[in-house]
Design a protein around this ligand. Sequence first.
Ligand code: SF4
Ligand code: SF4
Length: 142
Amino acid sequence: MVDLKDKDYVAIVQCHIVKERCSGYNCERAFNKRLGGFSAYPGDKAYRTLYLTCGGCCGRAVQRKLSNLTRRIKKQEGIEKDRIVVQLASCLTKDNFHSSPCPHLDYLKSLIVKLGLDICEDSYIDEKSEKRRKAGLYSAGN
Ligand code: SF4
Ligand code: SF4
């Protein structure tokens, strides 16, 4: 379990394909209001945030992007990896009306773990989609 009180910096990774037509506003709002996948973040703590995409299938660019972040942030501000958490947006982690979860999710996670960064899952959670997921309406064939 990641202790979010010990984190100062949140890198939110979103699906590159989905971001071709999504501004990411719902993710930003969910974080700002501590909703959905961000509900465990203390509301009274000010976090720094960075929104980035996986770079496209198969998501390999995540390693380069996050490695660039950890190097630069350490050099310029002395922020160590243990103060950073990577939050995988719901467009990677969940089934919804416009797409299935990322087929490379485990691979992406393995790249992030290899960098020594903690991972949390989910961001904006749409109520209607959550109901449909619970009812199994996104399973194969539906
Ligand atoms: S989770 Fe939703 S709002 Fe956030 S980037 Fe993905 S599609 Fe956009
Ligand atoms: S690797 Fe996954 S998250 Fe990245 S573009 Fe492909 S489907 Fe989206």
